[in-house]
Unconditional design. Structure first.
Length: 230
């Protein structure tokens, strides 16, 4: 579960501006600099897919996500030509498109998707900003990035607002987890609920450091097909 941010030191308004507006662009993946949106750069789901006609989604890997009793996420459709499957995380009422060759699990609070080699890992959550002790999506992005930097020295975090009102946070130099062969880059996409800024969805994509640019382009593809039942 994402740690409750209520007990973390809250940043003041000027601190939030530093996080959101004043980060050194040198640490942001080149594809992310200066964008008001996300751009797949001409890539499609086929560039990340395995042509298995969706068979991988019939498997549940208990080692990744989904809590103590992971269950297979519900597959709504397979698009072989497009290279993706439409997957529904029923517990959080979110529908995503994932590349063919991936797997998808869920539990009562989150949905999880990942590539066969585990280099690409996706987690989708519902977020109650009031419960997290923050005002809105902007405050959440700033506070979470500040808390992670304080907890994991050496991690660099940069955040910016996208043109549709969502927030992108990029974490670099993230230490490898068990089974990872190198450091990670993690992308947080914080999507506020239209008309109800106290609620939102967090989509987190973690990739190996060498895949950072491709990971950002995959995030653009994921965002383009994200459907949320508010």
């Amino acid at each position: 579960m994402i740690p409750n941010l209520k007990d973390k030191a809250r940043q003041n308004e000027s601190g939030r501006r530093v996080v959101l507006l004043g980060m050194a662009a040198a640490f942001m993946p080149a594809a992310a600099r200066g964008q008001t949106g996300l751009d797949a750069g001409g890539l499609t789901f086929r560039d990340f897919a395995v042509s298995d006609r969706g068979s991988s989604f019939n498997t549940v890997d208990p080692r990744i996500g989904g809590g103590a009793v992971p269950t297979q996420a519900r597959v709504l459709a397979i698009d072989n030509d497009g290279g993706f499957a439409r997957v529904r995380f029923d517990a959080i009422r979110v529908e995503v498109a994932l590349p063919l060759g991936w797997q998808a699990n869920e539990d009562w609070e989150r949905g999880v998707g990942f590539s066969s080699d585990k280099r690409f890992r996706l987690i989708v959550w519902r977020v109650d900003f009031a419960y997290e002790g923050v005002n809105d999506a902007e405050h959440y992005a700033a506070t979470k990035s500040g808390a992670i930097k304080a907890r994991k020295p050496g991690v660099q975090a940069q955040a910016r607002k996208l043109g549709d009102g969502s927030f992108l946070v990029v974490y670099e130099n993230v230490p490898p987890a068990a089974g990872d062969g190198e450091s990670r880059v993690v992308f947080d996409l914080v999507v506020p609920r239209p008309g109800k800024p106290k609620e939102g969805v967090l989509m987190t994509l973690g990739v190996s450091a060498r895949d950072s640019d491709r990971g950002l382009k995959l995030l653009a593809l994921l965002k383009s097909k994200l459907k949320i039942d508010w």
